[in-house]
Each structure stands twice: as C-alpha cells, then as structure tokens.
Design a protein around this ligand. Structure first.
Ligand SMILES: [Zn+2]
Length: 277
C-alpha cells in the first residue's frame, strides 16, 4: 500500500508536468472507484487550470483555478503515471492536459478515491487529521502534548492520524527502532528526551524513504514507471529472527539479539528487546 513517502514521491514526480497546465479532457472508464465519482466530476474538471500540487497525509491535492481541489487517494494499489495509449486493464481515469500528455490513474484493487473539494481544511476527509510529520509543527512539544493522554502502546499512538499523519505500519516500527523505544511502551510514559528521539526518528525514516523514491513492497510504481527501492533499507521491519543491527554496534555479545515479530492491533510490529527499551 502506498504510504506517505510513496505519495510524496508521486507528488514530486508529477508536479513539474502538471504545473500551469490545463485539463482538457477527462475520461472515466468506470462509474466509481472505492466510492462513486462526485457529481459532474468530468465536467467540473474539463477546462480547469492547475494552480498547485501538494500532499496532505496520503491525499494528493491538485488545486484548480475553479476554486476546487481535485483530491486523489491511491488506496491500496493505485498509481498515477504519464503514459500514452494503448491503455491497460485497470486504467480507470485518464486526464489529458493541454499539451497532449496523459496522466493515468491505474488501480487494480480499486480502493482509490477521487473527489472535488472546496475547502481541504474543513472537509470531512481532512478535518480530523493531525499534524504533518515533516512540517515544523511536528516536534517534541506537540508530540508530547498528544501523547500525554494516551495510555495505549506508543506504536499505536504514532499510527493514529489524530496524533500525526502518515506514519504507516512500516515507518512506525522503523522510527521506534531508530529512537531505541519499545513499541510496547505506554505512550504517556515516554520521557522528554525519548519524545525528541522519536520525532527525529519519524522524520528521518520518512525523509530517507522519500529520498529513496518510496518503497515498492507490492504495487507501487513511481510516476516515471520505475519501482521504488526503499524496502532494501529497512533496519528492523521484516527482519524476524535475524540478528539486530545493535549486535554489530556493541561487538560480540554473549547472546546475539534477534529481531522479534509481534502483533499489535492486528498489524505486525518488529523490534529488538535489547536496544529498544
Ligand atoms: Zn537491537
């Protein structure tokens, strides 16, 4: 499933090709994705000029000069790519630009979503969302304030969109590993220094993933058509029963610490008992 870094990668990949362009034609090759397209979707888009491209959580926001924003969510397997005909199976939406280029939304599992929104701050898709992890507003003070009232596990807390958006399952394990914090710790038990380390860990893993072009564990394809490669850099995720990286750092230990896999809220968590406390 595309996570925040993949979505950011898509935004960065398509933005230069969309900026200041006009949408001349929209072809809907079916009536719905996860939900039906909004009323008059095609008509409201055709002729609209693109004034900006950004991201909020895992939503791609394409601002239009019609005072509406085209909101796209990639769902489980969605991708956006500039391609030419012939179109493939699961190419559900084709946006043609005024320079003739075609942006294609391809989504085999159809969990994606498209909407046209007037105000992305107050709209129901966005109103409940917490701070962006890569924004300045996400720091040890704001994270500390959110964690204060939470007695559940820290991993669950950082995956809560009200606390911070876009920390998916992989990045939750990776950032806790970087911060040397056990995913089982109660969220409100973290010390100030640990909250700082966790903030830094979250920013680091997400930025590294964006730099690497997003992970391509399953279905993600970058907007250029090349897969991302971040999965090779995971330090703990998926390393079940493999020696933890801390073993090398600390020299020869009597017992080599192994990465454990547990389940939290139905999701796999990977961590090391030795270096994550
Ligand atoms: Zn370790």
């Amino acid at each position: 499933m595309p996570e925040l870094p993949e979505v950011e990668t898509v935004v960065r990949g398509i933005a230069p090709h969309l900026k200041k362009r006009r949408i001349t034609q929209v072809e809907l090759r079916r009536a719905d994705l996860r939900v039906p397209f909004p009323k008059g979707f095609k008509e409201r888009l055709e002729g609209a000029g693109i004034t900006g491209i950004s991201r909020r959580a895992k939503y791609i926001l394409i601002e239009l000069d019609t005072a509406e924003t085209l909101v796209i969510h990639l769902g489980m397997s969605g991708s956006l790519m500039f391609r030419e005909a012939p179109f493939k199976k699961h190419d559900h939406v084709i946006f043609t630009l005024d320079n003739g280029k075609k942006l294609i939304f391809h989504d085999p599992r159809r969990f994606g979503l498209m909407d046209l929104v007037k105000d992305t701050k107050t709209h129901k898709l966005f109103a409940h969302l917490g701070v962006e992890p890569l924004a300045e507003g996400f720091n040890s003070v704001t994270l500390g304030a959110s964690l204060k009232t939470r007695s559940g596990p820290i991993k669950t807390a950082i995956m809560d969109q009200k606390v911070v958006v876009g920390v998916g399952n992989i990045y939750a394990s990776e950032s806790l590993f970087q911060a040397h914090i056990s995913p089982l710790r109660k969220a409100n038990s973290l010390k100030k220094s640990e909250i700082s380390a966790l903030c830094e860990g979250i920013k680091n893993v997400l930025e590294l993933a964006i730099k690497s072009g997003g992970s391509s564990i399953k279905d993600f394809v970058q907007s250029s058509g090349k897969p991302g490669y971040f999965q090779h850099s995971f330090e703990v995720y998926g390393h079940t029963n493999k020696p933890c990286l801390c073993a090398a750092k600390h020299g020869i230990l009597k017992i080599t610490p192994l990465v454990k896999k547990i389940t939290q809220q139905g999701r796999a968590t990977y961590y090391c008992n030795n270096c994550q406390k």
